[in-house]
Design a binder for this molecule. Structure first.
Ligand SMILES: [Zn+2]
Length: 122
């Protein structure tokens, strides 16, 4: 009785692992297939979407955050690519990020809680 129970459990675990693996594989394939140029640039601050731009806009704008507006990230959209030109955050990871242009790509500035993402408007 006990033995068959634990066997059953192992079998269920294996099925679960297989399901998870195939789901993630399918997800990965779909992700790869649908990876294409985005057309919208979305800027979220602290999890809320604050600004939206078209990726065809050529612009340079300061994104100001912080309780006393002490944080600045300079966002540039140019030739269908988006990048952070400069920022006064301590780690500068966002500035060092390569330009993004594909649907689903993001640049994150953790210290300033900013997420810049490229999406595709349906
Ligand atoms: Zn940063």
């Amino acid at each position: 009785m006990l033995k068959s129970d634990s066997l059953k459990k192992v079998k269920n675990d294996l099925i679960l692992v297989c399901v998870i693996l195939s789901l993630s594989l399918v997800g990965f394939i779909i992700f790869k297939l649908t990876m294409k140029d985005g057309n919208l640039v979305s800027v979220s601050i602290n999890g809320d979407e604050k600004y939206k731009y078209s990726i065809t806009d050529n612009l340079e704008t300061d994104i100001i955050t912080g309780d006393d507006d002490e944080n600045t990230n300079t966002l540039v959209i140019k030739d269908g690519e988006v990048y952070i030109k400069s920022a006064n955050c301590p780690d500068k990871i966002c500035v060092g990020h390569r330009p993004i242009s594909k649907d689903g790509e993001t640049i994150v500035c953790l210290p300033h809680k900013i997420v810049v993402s490229v999406t595709e408007e349906k």
